[in-house]
Design a protein around this ligand. Structure first.
Ligand code: HEM
Length: 631
């Protein structure tokens, strides 16, 4: 607290003049323009207030000053880019996509979901649940909650009379002959349109909708450190020896918790389940996978800070904190890029396409003309993972004995469950012992019919995905095939080789013409990319963003010229890091684990192994010789 007051005092004393940027356009705006937003109470969304950039400073929490020529790009609530221009019904009145090329209505989203994806439970023999947690955590780093909170809590009425009058409602109709709901009597899934610069009021309503989110677009552990330095200072930092705030309860270390029951963890079963984390971002209390990964990376920050302090006792809190955060973010990206992605996208593919560095040393492909932004397509297509999410979460003891199970959708907004009955221990063990769902065109029944658990009577997250496809106004699937692979698709049968014949047959059944195929629908039915395990168009849209992250991020950890860059030996330490090491270091009760923990333990190369055999970072490489001089 003292340090925070001091910081505020120095800011006032030195009169650091902040600069206001229009968050959509990324240009300076005047005080009067800011006042006009103030008057409408939308400054938070429409304006980025940024302190002047210092080229030598490290990565800012709010993402600003990453691009020195466009300081607000990279900050929160700045616009996505689109790989292809938007595609809405003509004339552009309501910015909807309801019409097929013929002018007839497009098939209902739920109808397409039930025709294109089957429902059942087929466990993967390859990937673990942990792989899906990590993918989800990576996706959550660049998006935000409010679009889901909107239809779950703020507008639960879209299927009712009241919803007809609300322009933000976009419920999904269920066909009369629906395979599940012809029996249930449920005729509609609640849903709202995505929040945009237009819906907030930053841009005129009659312009093309542009999605707005509160996270920073680059991979910077937003869920752990938040997106605003004020939130981090108040809720996150302990301001002692570089640590994040923490609590010890029942022999375990946790992030700080909320002291009132008025919080986001509405799923907590009171009075037993009370834990709810009070952290810079609320994402930490949402889906079970995000909550777990956040706890692990939060603890990892403190582990790193303590190790750095052992090596450099002269470092002050600020130096310890910023270095620990920088290492934690580097570890996150090392795991994402060099461990998680190759297992899904194919290591050879990623090397060929320049996503992975062929050598262990530095690489620098930074290009200041590419703005740090995320493509709307990338943040959207990651939803394909819903089709391989396993709905039943199994729990194990540290010896690998199965204990119990719970539907994972029942754990949403329920951090408290982790903290009772040793559940976090058993869920952690299960994360690397249980398989995810298989990559096989079959979705888990819970994801297909009760994805929102207790919060909605019925919810098919993949129906939402297809419906959101249209609200975002994505071009047809075949246009993305063209930009990705350069081949024109003129008729359904041109999809042979890309999609199995039986699924082309279904596409012909449900769509009038090939131009009508929705982007997500095409991805659902595609064959995997050669030497990889994900659909080929998904591969293309993901690697576009993976590359953009590296070239547009001045603080990318593999650069030798970034401010406060690692030296070669430090980078070599980061390169050793794996998800198995993370769990060994900060996962509850983990003393053995398979070295490639995103894959199921199998064979002699990936068998459960003692943590002492899993490579670890030597923080001695961060030794600062000036500490000795200052003694
Ligand atoms: C228990 C597992 C999961 C549940 C219950 C779940 C549920 C949801 C729900 C309800 C939404 C909002 C849908 C909407 O926009 O209307 C959503 C969005 C999303 N989910 Fe999942 N999901 C799960 C796992 C995953 C996984 C493993 C990934 C992997 C990448 C993922 C990626 C996404 C993405 C990218 C979005 C869109 C976020 C945004 O743009 O705001 N989800 N999910």
């Amino acid at each position: 607290m003292l340090a925070l007051l001091l910081l505020q005092f120095v800011t006032v004393l030195c009169d650091v003049k902040t600069i206001f940027y229009d968050s959509y356009r990324g240009v300076n705006i005047t005080d009067d323009e800011v006042k006009s937003y103030d008057a409408r109470n939308i400054t938070f969304w429409c304006v980025n207030e940024i302190e002047p950039c210092d080229p030598l400073e490290g990565r800012r929490v709010d993402g600003s000053c990453n691009n020195l020529e466009k300081p607000s790009r990279g900050a929160s609530h700045t616009p996505f880019i689109r790989l292809l221009p938007p595609y809405f019904d003509y004339p552009f009145k309501n910015f909807e996509h309801t019409k097929a090329a013929s002018g007839n209505s497009m098939p209902l989203a739920r109808y397409l979901r039930t025709r294109l994806l089957s429902v059942g439970k087929v466990p993967s023999q390859r990937y673990t649940q942990l792989a899906l947690y990590a993918f989800l955590f990576m996706a959550a780093d660049g998006t935000s909650l409010h679009d889901t909170i909107n239809f779950v809590f703020w507008r639960p009425y879209c299927c009712f009379e009241k919803g007809k009058k609300d322009q933000y409602c976009a419920p999904n109709k269920i066909p009369d002959d629906d395979p599940v709901h012809r029996f249930s009597g449920i005729r509609c899934f609640n849903m709202t349109k995505p929040e945009t610069f237009q819906s907030i009021g930053c841009l005129p309503k009659e312009t093309i909708p542009e999605r707005i989110v509160s996270s920073t677009p680059l991979l910077d552990l937003s869920t752990v450190y938040g997106n605003f330095v004020e939130n981090l200072d108040v809720k996150g930092r302990l301001f002692q020896v570089g640590l994040l705030k923490y609590e010890v309860a029942h022999g375990r270390v946790w992030p700080p918790s909320s002291k009132t029951l008025n919080n986001l963890c509405v799923g907590n079963q009171l009075p037993r389940e009370t834990r709810c984390h009070d952290m810079p971002e609320d994402g930490a209390n949402t889906l079970a996978g995000i909550s777990l990964m956040t706890i692990w990376y939060w603890r990892n920050h403190n582990l790193i800070a303590k190790e750095l302090f052992k090596v450099n006792s002269c470092w002050d809190d600020e130096m310890l904190f910023t270095t620990a955060r920088d290492i934690n973010i580097a570890i996150f990206n090392q795991i994402n890029y060099y461990e998680l992605m190759p297992l899904f996208l194919g290591c050879g593919n990623l090397l060929r396409d320049g996503i992975l560095s062929p050598s262990a040393g530095f690489r620098d492909i930074y290009n200041k003309t590419i703005e740090p932004r995320m493509s709307l397509e990338y943040s959207f297509v990651l939803r394909w993972m819903h089709t391989i999410q396993e709905g039943t979460l199994k729990m194990f003891d540290p010896y690998g004995f199965y204990l119990k199970q719970v539907p994972i959708v029942n754990l949403t907004l329920r951090t408290g469950y982790l903290a009772v009955d040793n559940n976090i221990d058993y869920i952690t063990q299960g994360s690397f012992r249980q398989g995810s769902g298989k990559v096989d065109y079959i979705a888990d029944p819970d994801m297909a019919d009760r994805a929102l658990g207790p919060y909605q009577k019925a919810a098919d997250v993949m129906t939402n995905d297809l419906a959101k496809n249209r609200h975002f106004g994505f071009q047809p699937y075949i246009r993305y095939r063209e930009i990705c692979f350069g081949k024109l698709i003129r008729m359904f049968d041109d999809l042979r080789g890309i999609i199995d014949p039986e699924r082309i047959e279904i596409l012909k059944d449900v769509y009038e013409k090939e131009i009508d195929i929705d982007l997500m629908a095409g991805i659902w039915v595609e064959k995997p990319i050669p030497e990889g395990y994900v659909p080929s168009t998904l591969y293309c849209l993901i690697i576009d963003q993976l590359r953009r992250n590296i070239v547009s991020d001045r603080h990318w950890y593999e650069r030798s010229k970034r401010p406060r860059a690692f030296n070669e030996r430090q980078l070599a330490e980061i390169r050793k890091y794996t998800i198995a090491r993370l769990l060994c270091d900060v996962g509850d009760t983990v003393s053995s684990i398979q070295p490639q923990a995103f894959l199921k333990a199998r064979g002699k190369n990936n068998k459960i192994t003692k943590c002492s055999k899993i490579p670890k970072i030597h923080y001695g490489q961060w030794f600062d010789s000036t500490c000795n001089l200052s003694r």
